[in-house]
Design a protein around this ligand. Structure first.
Ligand code: ATP
Ligand code: MG
Length: 240
């Protein structure tokens, strides 16, 4: 890994890149592109958790708390960036963790389950014995004791098709995704994964009750937050 000075103004962001690049056995090359898309949205959000995201986190915590069989579905990016944070959330809920990959190879699934085992998480996913109807890709493969029988699934970095297919199975779908235009989940936390997961864990531990949550209104609030921020910046930027 390239040594990034701690006082670099974009230390966190650069370290995340280093972690992804340093783990080719965990992260597909396509995952680097997906991360770049997330970075761009995060830049627009000011790289901080916005108020509507905090509301979505509270609603997601309540949904995880209510669920009988909650599952956290993870891919390479999620494990490379936030394995520890996933482990903490899984312990707090408690929830099952399952590895689920679009660019699936047995070697990558094995490397991901091994990385999670190292920090005490016995993740499912290596031996799929069930499938999500309507998904042709390898993402349709799943484990009966995990995603197959789950009533709520947290899918960080939303994949629209899969979120819809899980909804069609009657499951509650929660996501953490920096793209405020993704809209297939029941609850979309528009925030960066590594920032949002610890907040979600704290909210789960607090066991706070939450009233009704309107996901479409929440996503509109995130877009309004972004637009207002860009408006302010456009006034503050010196003009030629
Ligand atoms: P679409 O969102 O257009 O339906 P997709 O989800 O299949 O397609 P990807 O390229 O896999 O397309 O998208 C990855 C998503 O993950 C992007 O929306 C990006 O904003 C988001 N993302 C990437 N890194 C992070 C991160 N660290 N935290 C939160 N979200 C992230
Ligand atoms: Mg998406």
């Amino acid at each position: 890994m390239t040594a990034i000075p701690r006082d670099h103004p974009r230390y966190r962001s650069l370290m995340a890149r280093e972690r992804l690049v340093a783990a080719p056995e965990l992260v597909a090359q396509q995952g680097l592109i997906a991360h770049g898309r997330g970075e761009a949205f995060d830049y627009l959000l000011g790289e901080a958790t916005c108020p509507p995201a905090r509301q979505a986190i509270a609603a997601a915590a309540a949904a995880l708390h209510r669920a009988q069989r909650p599952v956290i579905s993870v891919n390479g990016n999620v494990v490379a960036l936030a394995a520890r944070e996933v482990a903490d959330l899984a312990a707090a809920v408690p929830a099952t963790v399952e590895v689920n990959l679009f660019h699936r190879t047995p070697a990558r699934v094995a490397a991901l389950t091994a990385a999670l085992a190292e920090i005490g998480v016995a993740a499912l996913g290596a031996e799929p014995d069930d499938c999500v109807p309507g998904l042709a890709s390898a993402r349709g493969l799943c484990c009966r004791d995990g995603i197959g029988r789950a009533d709520a699934v947290l899918v960080p970095l939303e994949d629209g098709d899969r979120a819809q297919a899980l909804r069609d199975m009657g499951k509650t779908v929660l996501t953490i995704d920096l793209n405020p235009l993704s809209r297939t989940a029941h609850i979309t936390i528009v925030d960066e994964l590594v920032r949002a997961l610890p907040l979600l864990t704290i909210a789960v531990e607090a066991r706070a009750k939450v009233g009704t949550f309107d996901n479409a209104a929440n996503r509109r609030a995130v877009l309004a937050f972004m637009a207002e921020r860009l408006g302010t910046l456009s006034f503050n930027t010196s003009r030629p």
